[in-house]
Design a protein around this ligand. Structure first.
Ligand SMILES: NC(=O)c1ccc[n+]([C@@H]2O[C@H](COP(=O)([O-])OP(=O)(O)OC[C@H]3O[C@@H](n4cnc5c(N)ncnc54)[C@H](OP(=O)(O)O)[C@@H]3O)[C@@H](O)[C@H]2O)c1
Length: 253
């Protein structure tokens, strides 16, 4: 049974692999045998992720770039082919958040949040498409959020983008099902990363959010390891177009 979760000989591209959830998911995939290509803008963060993976016996390389640069997705796929021989897994994790009332949200902030969270995955899916179709297999995991399922105020672009990525996931799952490619979304609840630092630094906000989590606490990045491994491995062979919430029960309470 444990073979179901092995990824030996596979190549994985993980956007936003420089820190936070992307780094933890890359560590999980590398520990299962995948060679990982990590994409982000900050070179020092990427170097640290590569070091952590290699020191645990895994394989990883860094591609420095912005997911909105049209050259970056093809470059990441080329790096995956060059270093690991194939591209089998794509984790669209790079994301950004903007918090402000709608009338105080500049158009550029709205557009940036929509673009990073939606255009980025679109570009990376386009880049893996010929490879996944030719080999008649592949796994795409789009990182959504519970905020694509329920709303919070002052986060209109983020909630729209994360709901959008769920629709994108379902459409591509239908389109690529006949090609043997699984496309799913993983929707985290509150996790302890740089992105959510504002919540962790403001006790009343943290307490209010945790009060709505049946398990009574937030997640740590390593809590995603099992779910990402499941969605990227043979274990999820017949699962596609789904949104799996990893949120301590926040969306069912
Ligand atoms: N933390 C949470 O509670 C939570 C909850 C639900 C969903 N999520 C989602 O989970 C994903 C990861 O979030 P996180 O908490 O790990 O965030 P994080 O700590 O801020 O890390 C985000 C990663 O994405 C990269 N990134 C951001 N914009 C990029 C761009 N334009 N091009 C390339 N890389 C970019 C960042 O690297 P650079 O800045 O170096 O580019 C960084 O490596 C996001 O999609 C987020 O929306 C997080």
């Amino acid at each position: 049974m444990s073979d179901l979760f092995r990824l030996d000989g596979q190549g994985a591209v993980i956007t936003g692999g420089g820190r936070g959830l992307g780094r933890a998911m890359a560590q999980a995939l590398a520990a299962a045998g995948a060679g990982c290509v990590l994409v982000a803008r900050r070179e020092d963060d990427l170097a640290e992720s590569v070091k952590l993976i290699e020191s645990a016996g895994g394989k990883a390389v860094a591609v420095v770039g912005d997911v909105l640069d049209p050259e970056v997705a093809p470059r990441a796929v080329a790096a995956c082919l060059e270093h690991f021989g194939s591209v089998n897994i794509l984790v669209n994790n790079a994301g950004q958040l903007s918090i402000a009332p709608i009338e105080d949200t500049p158009d550029e902030d709205w557009q940036r949040v929509i673009d990073v969270n939606l255009m980025g995955p679109f570009r990376f899916c386009k880049a893996v498409a010929p490879h996944f179709k030719a080999q008649k297999s592949g796994k795409v995991v789009n990182i959504a959020s519970v905020l694509g399922t329920f709303g919070v105020g002052e986060s209109s672009a983020y909630c729209a983008a994360k709901a959008g990525i769920m629709g994108f996931t379902r459409s591509l799952a239908v389109e690529w099902g006949p090609h043997g490619v699984n496309v799913n979304a993983l929707a985290p609840g509150l996790f302890n990363t740089d992105m959510s630092a504002g919540v962790f630094q403001t006790q009343p906000i943290y307490d209010a959010i945790v009060a709505g989590i049946p398990r009574g606490t937030h997640g740590e990045p390593e809590d995603l390891a099992g779910t990402i491994l499941y969605l990227c491995s043979k274990a999820s062979a017949h699962v596609t177009g789904q949104v799996i919430h990893v949120d301590g029960g926040a969306t069912i309470a």
